[in-house]
Design a protein around this ligand. Structure first.
Ligand code: S3P
Length: 450
């Protein structure tokens, strides 16, 4: 195959001047998925502004349409969702293709578990490798049936049923598993109780309350949380303003932190306390980061971030902080590569089952860029010299948007340019990533540097 016919789209980042500007990042992916799903379950019209129009979220929109909701975007950019009520979804006449999105896949498996029909799911090569047993287990216990090709992985079918409520302790800190059970429980008579030993993002709980549902969250003595959800509640339609995604803001924050002289403000970023671990960690590493104008919008904490470039110190990141920054480790590894000293990051086994094995993919790419590190079964230990790493490598993104953006951030401040083999994956969560950073001074080119 010649490079002209290859579907891959390499992108190269080169050493850039200081980044400057006041910008917005696209809407929060987790909140966008949930607004489409819960809006489709409310009775009447829900309006959503700031929805992330990335590929993952558009998969959820298409799936909810196939399940009977009426969803459209008006010319001003506001999305309108005409929900049919809890328990009123209809049988899709096609296989639901979830693309690259683990969140869409897992939340919708829970949602259709209580529907009186069979729903077929498929996805891309990355999604077909990801574990779905973690969802199959609780929803089967509630009474649904799963038929899958291999070990509970995609492609699979969920045959819904009249479910029984459960009491379930999450074996991993996962908002996707918690949310799938809550969505299954919504149309189930009786009270479902979920215990999470380590709290994970609570957007489903917050948004259910925003739609008028009763959800109780109790923090137990050992720090675990218990979520109690009575089933068969009506959801009232609501207006939602989706804040900027802190997981997308993370790339800009690290890029500004490692490029000396940078001065960047990111407006309207979601700062849910169960999502802000990266910002706390960067502050501990000595980053010049301020959080301004904190406010609550649609049940979520929102604020502006002001970041300046400057030296970073290696630290040991507390293991218990991992759930609050689980998607931000790839870009934190990049920050650690620019810090002075050792950064120890452990308790990260979950990173091996994300869009790619993020510990292995990042370790391989960082080593190729001249960074010293040790890869553990559950983490990375990175040795920073306080100087810019060499760079000069082409990195495989393995169908993983966050790997692509992390290495492009690295290439903006390394000695030699860094190329990612396929930039298309960034469309899943951050459409316009390259253009937004270019508007702040970053240097990119399409294609490889060699
Ligand atoms: C998400 C939860 C997290 C996160 C994912 C989005 C969500 O996954 O990694 O990107 O929206 O619920 P886990 O629940 O598997 O930790």
């Amino acid at each position: 195959m010649t490079s002209d016919t290859s579907p891959f789209r390499p992108v190269t980042a080169s050493r850039s001047p200081a980044l400057t500007g006041t910008v917005n990042v696209p809407g929060d992916k987790s909140i966008s998925h949930r607004s489409l799903i819960l809006g489709s379950l409310a009775t009447g019209e829900t309006r959503v502004s700031g929805l992330l129009e990335g590929e993952d979220v558009l998969r959820t929109a298409a799936a909810m349409r196939a399940l009977g909701a009426d969803i459209y975007k008006d010319p001003s950019g506001v999305w309108h969702i005409f929900g049919r009520g809890v328990g009123a979804l209809s049988e899709p006449d096609r296989v639901l293709d979830m693309g690259n999105s683990g969140t869409a896949a897992r939340l919708l498996m829970g949602l259709v578990a209580s529907c009186p029909f069979t729903t077929f799911f498929c996805g891309d090569e990355s999604l077909h490798k990801r574990p779905m047993g973690r969802i199959a287990l609780p929803i089967t216990e509630m009474g649904a049936k799963i038929s899958s090709r291999s070990e509970g992985r995609f492609p699979l079918a969920v045959t819904g049923n009249q479910l029984m409520p459960i009491e379930y302790e999450l074996p991993v800190a996962s908002a996707q598993v918690k949310s799938a059970i809550m969505l299954a429980a919504l149309d189930t008579a009786g009270i479902t109780r979920i215990t999470e030993p380590r709290p994970s993002r609570d957007h489903t709980e917050n948004m259910l309350r925003h739609f008028g549902a009763e959800v109780t969250v109790t923090t137990l003595e050992n720090g675990a949380r218990e979520i109690t959800l009575p089933g068969q509640q009506e959801l009232k339609p609501a207006d939602i303003v989706v804040p900027g995604d802190p997981s997308s803001a993370a790339f800009l924050v690290v890029a500004a932190a490692i490029l000396p002289g940078s001065d960047v403000t990111i407006l309207n970023v979601g700062l849910n306390p169960l999502r802000d671990g990266l910002f706390e960690t960067l502050a501990e590493m000595g980053a010049d980061l301020e959080v301004l104008n904190i406010r609550i919008e649609a049940g979520e904490r929102v604020g502006d971030l002001h970041i300046k470039g400057g030296p970073l110190q290696g630290i040991e990141v507390p293991v218990g902080r991992a759930p609050s920054m689980i998607d931000e480790y790839p870009v934190l590894f990049v920050a650690a590569a620019f810090a002075t000293g050792t950064t120890v990051m452990k308790g990260l086994r979950e990173l091996r089952v994300k869009e790619s094995d993020r510990l292995a993919t990042m370790a391989a790419g960082l080593k190729a860029c001249g960074i010293s590190l040790e890869e553990l079964e559950d983490g990375l230990i990175i040795e920073g010299t306080g100087k810019a790493p060499a760079g000069g490598a082409t990195v495989s993104t393995e169908l993983d948007h966050r790997i692509a953006m992390s290495f492009l951030v690295l290439g903006l401040a390394s000695d030699q340019p860094v190329t990612v083999d396929d930039g298309r994956v960034m469309e899943t969560s951050f459409p316009g990533f390259v253009q937004l950073l270019e508007s702040m001074g970053a240097l990119f080119s399409q294609g490889s540097s060699s």
